[in-house]
Design a protein around this ligand. Sequence first.
Ligand code: GAR
Length: 209
Amino acid sequence: KTRVAILISGRGSNMVSVIEAAKAPDYPAEIALVLSNRPEAAGLKRAAEAGIPAKAIDHTPFANRESFDAALDAALREAGIDLVCLAGFMRIFSAGFVEAWAGRMINIHPSLLPLFRGTHTHKQALAAGVRLHGCTVHYVVPELDAGPIIAQAAVPVLPGDDPESLADRVIVQEHRLYPKALALVAAGHAPLKDGRVDFAAACGAEGSL
Ligand code: GAR
């Protein structure tokens, strides 16, 4: 099975959805490690409770981005990780780290990319007046939230929504989408071809994702 590390910074609800899905015997990935750049992240405790090796690598004592990323890279290699899943990991990587894990690192982002990159995506969506919003799983490239799209799920924007009500609707879809998208990637059914995901391979394997 593909050995996956999940990187978090906070509560880890997407991490939990992936850990749960990976319990199925036929799931093509095993969650071998959880890492957080924040020692106080609630998700670390949830991972440990689920029996997954979980540790913090606090970014604050590191002199620069490169040295923190080198520590992260060493921990991933030591654990024999094949694929990195970012799940609410709120730290930008150095280009060198992203290149080292190119095609082997995915992220979930709370918007329908390429709309609303960065933070406060629900606020951005409301300000733009869109009627559909959602989430995206994509490969990570050096440019923030700009990598090849693997899977998306949409939700309606409803009258009276505020960023919190919209976030509550999107996160339900995140929890559904991420385990499916990870399974596709882990099984080799969402390969990169000319800088995009090869949808012929993806759809053949998983139908309506
Ligand atoms: C999720 O909504 C995820 O999409 C978002 O942070 C939240 C983490 O929640 N990620 C980003 O904004 C990445 N730039 P979780 O810790 O409960 O999974």
